[in-house]
Design a binder for this molecule. Structure first.
Ligand SMILES: [Zn+2]
Length: 559
């Protein structure tokens, strides 16, 4: 009874506030109040509260304005004065790989063989039948004295669970006896070309396999079951919610991954919105049933394809006009998809004509240039349209090509964390001149190019705060550039947040639905522990998500 009288009072107050023009207006399902809101619209300052009905924002204003939307059933999130921003939208993730990695054993900082074994043993306790223990990233150089691990270290802890854990550089891995048995590797197995089986004094495999020898085991690791894939997606969703991500754009997922997303979407169990871009080589699969860009629901969209122009800087396979400074015999490699180039052009023209969005990985300056050429061909062949080409990574851009990004309206889908990671050694690899237009976020923005921000998770961490920190400080991970590596390419916190929300939404044709906090848009918000707009940029990496809201539902609340 008492609640009803409060409701009546609230309704009466609401009537007063709006002059009873719409006395039957719905009460809010959720109110976020006592917040310092960055809406993404420059003209809107001083927003302190947000009213949400269903999955949409219905009003913004002062605390008292929004109080009029409250009714007894309204859920209230008191932001405690904290900063609220639009939910982050990671424009480039590998979502299932990321979810898998969360369950893999992490051996990176295992400082002794005993600790290495202990972590694997712990993981084995929770392994189901048929599960493998994978991942690792071990580093034998951390041990005193340094020595390679051997299967005897872990065999007693993993009698029935195959283990295959890699060294952090990916060039060797340790298999236990269960894995070697499944792979058929014995004392009589010969070393393959380009690989080696490490053996003890008596010629028996120790479990460590180098380079091509790793394939003996890699090829017997079973593909993911539907159940494992679903588990990986759920882990990834949990992690995304905990760091304030409300949308992700999944690059080259397997079709089986998309099937899991569809299933979770149907059951109402997605807690982040997903835009999926499978490989361009299969573009006809989407085209033949009429799927085109951003087709789907607010939760799951299809209609993009992802291609590859070249490799990566770390493996000297990013494709450049000039040779690598530290490997003068190579300037990198174009991907298989680019051979022959006419076939790539035909596929991109076909996919674009079908209305699919084109997203192509290109890292080296020559790789990027060739994709801009192809995008130009596509636009000429199929005519003008709002098509929003994307170059994924866009790391090392030739000075002559910035204007082409702008004139072809190519979105640069970039991952600033790679800059502070690669920045430790990139100059050694490509020299002092080319680094000036490397991760050139400032130049891109100044040329009027739209940025979409992301991480490439699981290659880099999913936490958006690390991306904002990287884009605004350019402080390399080794601590050697505290004032920024190529500091003239820094962007502001507001520019970075805008690119990570509105920019990423534009990159998936969803700027009308999300990317800013505005009336009518999806209620995707995050409450942050600190005010990223009013703090030293160097501290942004420590900011946390306190509450994550997707479609008006609280999907994460920090403890
Ligand atoms: Zn990627």
């Amino acid at each position: 009874m008492r609640q009803q009288s409060i409701a009546f009072a609230a309704l009466a107050a609401a009537c007063l506030a709006v002059g009873c023009a719409r006395p039957s207006r719905a009460a809010a399902d959720l109110v976020v109040t006592n917040a310092t809101v960055w809406t993404g619209n420059q003209s809107e300052e001083g927003v302190r509260a947000i009213a949400i009905v269903g999955d949409r924002i219905v009003a913004l204003g002062s605390v008292s304005d929004i109080d009029s939307w409250r009714a007894p059933a309204t859920r209230v999130v008191d932001a405690g004065g904290h900063r609220v921003v639009p939910g982050f939208n990671d424009a480039h993730v590998h979502f299932v790989d990321g979810g898998r990695q969360l369950d893999n054993v992490d051996l990176k900082d295992a400082g002794s063989p005993q600790e290495f074994a202990r972590r694997i043993g712990e993981r084995a306790k929770s392994a189901g039948r048929g599960d493998w223990i994978l991942g690792g990233d071990w580093d034998d150089q951390r041990w005193t004295p340094p020595r390679l691990p051997a299967k005897e270290l872990i065999d007693p802890l993993t009698p029935n669970t195959p283990v295959f854990v890699s060294r952090y550089d990916g060039h060797m891995a340790l298999a236990n006896s269960a894995a070697l048995a499944l792979a058929g590797v014995t004392a009589t197995t010969a070393d393959p070309p380009g690989g080696a089986i490490v053996r003890d004094a008596r010629g028996n495999p120790t479990g460590v396999l180098k380079d091509a020898a790793m394939n003996f085991v890699a090829r017997v690791i079973p593909p993911l079951t539907r159940e494992q894939r679903t588990h990986a997606v759920k882990r990834a969703l949990e992690h995304a919610a905990s760091v304030g991500l409300t949308s992700v754009q999944d690059m080259n997922p397997a079709y089986e991954d998309i099937a899991v997303y569809a299933d979770l979407a149907n059951r109402g169990e997605l807690t982040a919105r997903i835009y999926a871009a499978p490989l361009e080589t299969g573009w006809q699969d989407q085209a033949k049933i009429g799927i085109h860009r951003s087709f789907g629901s607010v939760w799951l969209r299809l209609g993009a394809v992802k291609g590859y122009a070249d490799g990566s800087l770390g493996s000297t396979t990013a494709y450049f006009f000039e040779p690598y400074a530290d490997a003068p015999d190579t300037r990198g490699l174009l991907s298989d998809e680019m051979h022959p180039i006419d076939a790539m052009r035909d596929r991109l023209v076909g996919a674009d004509a079908a209305g699919l969005q084109l997203c192509v990985h290109a890292i080296g300056d020559a790789g990027i240039s060739q994709i801009l050429d192809l995008f130009g061909d596509v636009a000429r062949t199929n005519g003008a349209r709002d098509r929003r080409f994307r170059i994924e990574h866009a790391q090392h851009i030739a000075a002559k090509d910035f204007d082409r990004f702008a004139s072809l309206n190519v979105i640069a889908s970039v991952q600033p964390y790679h800059a502070i990671d690669d920045g430790r050694w990139a100059e050694r690899r490509i020299g002092p001149e080319r680094i000036k237009t490397t991760y050139a976020f400032r130049t891109l923005l100044d040329k009027g190019v739209r940025l979409a921000l992301g991480t490439d998770w699981s290659v880099a961490p999913l936490n958006p705060m690390l991306t904002l920190y990287a884009a605004t400080t350019r402080a390399t991970l080794d601590g050697k550039n505290p004032n920024g590596w190529v500091p003239e390419q820094k962007i502001s916190v507001a520019e970075a947040v805008s690119a990570y929300t509105a920019g990423s939404a534009y990159a998936e044709f969803q700027e009308a639905e999300k990317g800013t906090i505005a009336r009518g848009k999806l209620a995707d918000l995050v409450v942050l522990s600190d005010d990223i707009f009013n703090m030293p940029a160097a501290s942004i990496k420590d900011v946390r998500a306190l509450t994550t809201i997707v479609g008006g539902k609280v999907v994460y609340q920090s403890k």
